[in-house]
Design a protein around this ligand. Structure first.
Ligand code: N01
Length: 485
């Protein structure tokens, strides 16, 4: 076979897409196109701009290892600051020219001879030797099927599609949902609202942290002055944070119990009202769901203009919400902080692999991939931050970089003429998924709560191993696990 340059299409320009484009370009690949359906890069940070949005991972950790930023204003950055960072990184690294914004991919079809044919919503058709799905996890808003919701006469807004023109000051606001988003949006809206009614179906443990803290003075100057030190520090903090989170989430130990004791103490110490505390008390272990972190929620929900409503919602009327106990509360605005279809990945994209198999059929029993990145039946296709990605433990930027570097090795083999197609075997994928299922046993995610980590089939869609295992699995391709053509 002769040497040739692979034509690569990356779908999505969020954390995973930006990382992949950068890694591939660094390794000398030149035919890269990134298709992004949004009007800007950033992924979740582009789509989410609800009041109070802040990343609950410290800013000096939540950043690309290849583009550290010294001068974060806050120790935990705001959503807009993180979005600006992604735009700046793309510009600084010269990735802008690779990215086509406002370009939604609606179909990708594999054909043995012509490779991948990718179709956009505008009717554009592109050919590619490889498709890389960097389409994110928390991407498709979940709109609950609540009776009467469509009849509400005021604004109904999902947090992931916030209307920046919506005036919430002085209004009666109903917020439904209490994940990380619901907790942040309630804390932000409560001080200026006439009232906030927080509708909570399952209570959440909330770890206190000083989320509005400024980055310490002098830190930016020192880190900017010594970039190597900054890189090393970022690594140490990201790896250290991952080690701690992996440890407490994946196996029972006194360290897990200590974090859980802290969560219980946060509730006990911050909420003095016994009735309110009882309603805020979850009936499952701390850390079982994606842990919520907040420095302000307990204060907000205890305010005179706030109410915590734990009775189920019976119906939405034209002007308010009726709960199962018969109580009725007026509302001017309904905010849906109800989360995402977290296991859609690249869907609803019509993805067809070998012999026309669709991703919906391949994933009829839930998303399934090999080492987060390869799917049987879909040659020359990889995912970055795909199924089993470590959204509950290890740095996503690190994981994306490791996965992209792994994929680059397959692309290099294509470029060198060593293969034309590569498809993971079903056996290797089953083996990996069996290992995942076994390792999930002692994790805290598996201790009896309902969370977005669970697929419809009840499997925990997370990474149950440590960072070293991830590194080992993605260090170099194992040809025995693949069909090569
Ligand atoms: O979504 P969620 P989220 N009636 O799925 C409730 C990341 N994130 O957007 O638990 C009533 O966690 C549902 O109730 P229940 C982070 O990874 C990060 O808040 O199913 N309630 C739950 O309370 C996070 O975990 C940051 O009983 C209904 C809520 O809606 C992930 O995004 C900030 C309902 C959904 O919670 C998702 O968080 C924000 C119904 N019919 C988000 N349907 C950072 O800081 C659903 N609910 C980085």
């Amino acid at each position: 076979m002769t040497e040739r340059e692979p034509r690569v299409i990356i779908i999505g320009a969020g954390v995973a897409g930006i990382t992949t484009a950068h890694v591939l370009r660094e390794r000398g690949f030149t035919d890269i196109t990134v298709l992004e359906k949004g009007s800007d890069v950033g992924g979740v940070w582009y789509w989410n701009h609800y009041p109070g949005l802040r990343c609950d991972v410290p800013s000096q950790i939540y950043q690309f290892g290849f583009a550290p930023k010294a001068d974060w204003r806050h120790a935990w950055a705001s959503g807009p600051a993180i979005q600006r960072y992604h735009r700046e990184v793309v510009e600084r690294l010269g990735l802008t020219e690779l990215i086509r914004l406002d370009t939604e991919v609606v179909e990708a079809r594999w054909d043995e001879r012509s490779r991948w044919t990718v179709t956009t919503a505008a009717g554009g058709v592109l050919g590619a030797d490889f498709v890389i799905c960097a389409t994110g996890v928390l991407h498709h808003p979940f709109i609950p099927d609540i009776p009467g919701l469509a009849d509400f006469t005021g604004p109904v807004v999902h947090t992931a599609r916030w209307d920046d023109g919506l005036d919430t000051d002085g209004r009666r606001i109903a917020v439904i949902g209490t994940g990380s988003t619901g907790v942040q949006v309630v804390s932000a809206l409560q001080p200026h609202a006439a009232s906030v009614d927080h509708y909570v179906r399952s209570a959440q443990w909330i770890l206190w942290a000083p989320m509005s803290l400024r980055q310490l003075p002098g830190v930016a100057t020192v880190l900017a002055r010594f970039p190597n030190l900054h890189r090393r520090l970022h690594r140490v903090m990201a790896f250290g944070g991952s080690a701690v989170l992996t440890d407490v989430t994946t196996r029972p130990s006194w360290r897990r119990r200590a974090v859980q004791a802290y969560a219980r103490a946060c509730l006990r110490i911050q909420v003095r009202d016994k009735d309110l505390r009882a309603k805020l008390q979850p009936d499952y272990q701390p850390l079982c769901k994606r842990q919520v972190i907040s420095g302000s929620y307990y204060r907000a929900i205890g305010a005179d203009n706030a109410a915590l409503i734990t009775d189920g919602i019976a119906e939405v009327t034209a002007d308010g919400i009726r709960t199962a106990d018969g109580a009725y509360r007026d509302a001017d605005v309904i905010v849906l902080a109800t989360g995402f279809h977290a296991h859609n990945y690249m869907r609803p994209l019509r993805l067809h692999g070998r012999d026309g198999i669709s991703i919906d059929d391949a994933w009829a029993k839930g998303p399934r991939a090999y080492r987060m990145t390869a799917i049987p039946g879909f040659p020359n296709l990889f995912t970055v931050l795909g199924p089993n990605s470590p959204t509950g433990s290890i740095s996503l930027q690190y994981t994306a970089e490791l996965t992209a570097t792994y994929i680059a090795q397959w692309l290099a083999k294509f470029r060198a003429g060593e293969l034309s197609s590569v498809e993971v075997t079903d056996q290797a994928t089953t083996r990996f998924n069996d290992d995942v299922a076994t390792a999930m046993g002692p994790t805290v995610w598996n201790t009896g709560c309902n969370s977005w980590y669970l697929t419809e089939g009840g499997a925990v869609d997370l990474w149950p191993f440590d960072r070293a295992t991830m590194k080992a699995m993605l260090s170099s391709p194992d040809p025995a696990d693949f069909h090569l053509g």
